[in-house]
Write a protein that binds this ligand. Structure first.
Ligand SMILES: Cc1cc2nc3c(=O)[nH]c(=O)nc-3n(C[C@H](O)[C@H](O)[C@H](O)COP(=O)(O)OP(=O)(O)OC[C@H]3O[C@@H](n4cnc5c(N)ncnc54)[C@H](O)[C@@H]3O)c2cc1C
Length: 547
């Protein structure tokens, strides 16, 4: 049995845990940072992320002529969150505090550590169509140079330096299986070493046992998206319809939610477990890293979106608008999949894939690479073209009839009628004759192009889908992709964990996804994107400064 004593024990070396550990150790606390994975996994999910951060009223926004403010961001956040439960008091308070941070010192704090952002700010999750409701009124998704690894690096480097100086001790391959919150003690298994590459499943074979005790304990063990049974158990059937039978996994399998369950059993309050954030645009990775690995397409506004039965989906179920409304709409067909139909011209300009490894140009942090991949390139980016060629969900054809034949080969149980599809596409194409339209999606395309960033890099020139010059035609079968838990351990604005009755558990803190990114669910029902990494940075920093 290995025994440890430290001022602060942090469980989970993802972004939230790293930030908390670095903040605490930087203030002179002796920190033990435990993770069930090996050193190669340092940074957790954030390493794989696109590195998009929700920030408000930044120089990047101003340069793109975006007028943003804390008031506008608060309008959007509260309209999206729809807080409506007694237990939403702390989540709401954390959301307010994050809005102060994201419109205040966040950018300067991160820039001071060397982080930089791509100058074109992305416009994610445009919402449900009402100014006071869900969605981002303006672009706020700040893509970090270096993507996820660029977000992790400053904290990982500091943690490694603090470990050199003895202020921080890593306990890799230490899996916590028991918690005593009152005693701030954790116990568990030391797993056999693993040299599996980052992100791949690792052995759970046990080599020994350990116990660790601290004056303070910080839980930063992530969400539940890697355990589909847990996702189904918490699925809000009344809001979204029945849980999908088939889903692809947007997270590595260590995002297993096991510690969250242990914390609840040990007396921590768990709230908003039925609020979650899964995507509708998942594709099976042809070159998987983790089991059932899915990649999310971040679509521009022009792909036509059809449900499994071939009906074009109505606003706000349009690419890039309202994730959960679209999820509900897709599942209302009794099927788990839907379809994009688009052209080569659209895929080239509009398809981005979420994940650091899918964007080697942004991940490299080099302008030359971005220009070569996205401006000079006649095709889409290399990773997008590879999916088009090798992905199980892609069909490419010169005529609509051949395209539908290919789609029906993928989904023979739910075949589409080429004639019905043609009628809907031709109707949409006729709307291209004017610079205005009654079609909500066509109107949205024109609207998007009034934002310089969308016009430059995200929105294809409006064209007819059936124009052979824009071809070939492409269909993509879209799967539901699990990703984020919006609920979690109940904490207050100081990141202190509360018990089932709302009382503070002395010395116990939680941050990042395990705490619903702060408060036990600071997003409420809907997220504005970039708020996950943002929430890990903010709540991890809060916890690390409290202990
Ligand atoms: C492909 C991808 C793209 C994304 N893009 C974005 C984006 O652009 N913007 C954005 O805001 N968000 C994005 N996200 C989401 C964001 O990356 C995550 O929500 C965030 O990184 C979660 O961090 P965390 O520290 O809370 O948890 P994690 O990163 O999951 O880390 C938790 C750690 O705890 C460890 N652990 C768990 N249980 C135990 C245990 N019992 N004992 C010991 N250790 C344990 C795990 O091994 C893991 O290392 C993306 C995520 C993915 C996967």
């Amino acid at each position: 049995m290995q025994r440890y004593k430290a001022d602060v024990v942090v469980v989970g070396a993802g972004l939230a845990g790293l930030v908390a550990a670095v903040e605490a150790a930087g203030r002179g606390r002796k920190v033990l940072l435990l993770d069930q994975e090996g050193a190669q996994s340092l940074g957790g999910q954030a390493f794989w992320s696109l590195g998009g951060l929700f920030m408000v009223d930044t120089p990047e926004q101003r340069r793109m002529k975006i007028r943003d403010s804390r008031d506008l961001a608060a309008q959007d956040w509260m309209g999206s969150a729809g807080f409506d439960r007694a237990e939403d008091a702390n989540p709401r308070a954390v959301a307010e505090a994050y809005l102060d941070f994201a419109s205040g010192e966040m950018r300067a704090w991160l820039a001071g550590m060397g982080m930089r952002w791509f100058p074109v700010v992305g416009w994610a999750e445009r919402g449900g169509g009402l100014a006071h409701g869900h969605g981002n009124s303006v672009p706020r998704f700040h893509l970090t140079w270096g993507t996820g690894p660029g977000v992790v690096a400053p904290f990982a480097e500091r943690a490694l330096a603090l470990a050199e100086s003895g202020a921080l001790t890593f306990g890799f391959r230490h899996r916590v299986t028991a918690l005593d919150l009152a005693a701030r003690r954790v116990a568990g298994e030391v797993l056999v070493p693993s040299d599996a590459p980052r992100g791949q499943s690792t052995s759970r074979e046990v080599a020994g046992e350990f116990e660790a005790e601290g004056e303070s304990l910080i839980l930063t063990s992530g969400g539940i998206g890697g355990d589909h049974e847990k996702v189904r158990r918490h699925w809000p059937v009344e809001r979204l319809g029945p849980a999908p039978e088939r889903m692809v996994s947007g997270v590595p399998d260590y995002v297993d939610g096991q510690l969250q369950g242990l914390a609840e059993a040990a007396g921590a309050g768990l709230i908003n477990g039925d609020r979650m954030w899964h995507y509708c645009e998942g594709i099976e990775n042809w070159d998987p890293i983790w089991p059932n690995h899915g990649i999310r397409i971040l679509p521009g506004p022009s792909s036509m979106w059809f449900d499994a039965r071939g009906a074009r989906m109505e606003a706000p179920c349009l690419p890039g608008f309202d994730t959960l409304a679209t999820l509900r709409r897709i599942l209302s067909t009794g099927q788990d999949h839907s379809w994009f139909v688009l052209t080569q011209a659209i895929i080239k300009k509009e398809f981005a894939l979420s994940g650091s490894e899918q964007n080697p140009d942004f991940t490299s942090g080099k302008w030359g690479e971005v220009i070569r991949q996205r401006v000079l390139n006649k095709a889409a980016t290399g990773p997008v073209e590879a999916f088009k060629e090798k992905g199980a969900d892609f069909v490419v054809a010169d005529t609509l009839e051949a395209l539908v034949e290919g789609m029906n080969r993928l989904e023979p149980e739910c075949p589409l009628d080429a004639g019905a599809l043609r009628r809907q596409i031709e109707a949409r194409d006729r709307e291209m004759g004017n610079p205005f339209s009654k079609d909500a999606q066509v109107t949205a395309i024109h609207g998007a192009r009034r934002y310089l960033g969308d016009k430059l890099v995200r929105t294809a020139k409006p064209h007819r889908i059936l124009d052979p010059a824009a071809g070939p035609l492409i269909a993509v079968r879209l799967n539901i992709l699990t990703r984020k838990s919006l609920g979690g351990l109940h904490t207050d604005v100081r990141a202190r964990v509360l018990d089932g009755s709302g009382g503070v558990i002395d010395g116990v803190y939680a941050a990042g996804e395990v705490a619903g990114f702060g408060g036990g669910g600071y997003h409420g029902y809907n997220a504005l994107e970039g708020t996950f990494l943002g929430g890990c940075l903010f709540s991890g920093r809060t916890a690390g400064r409290e202990v």
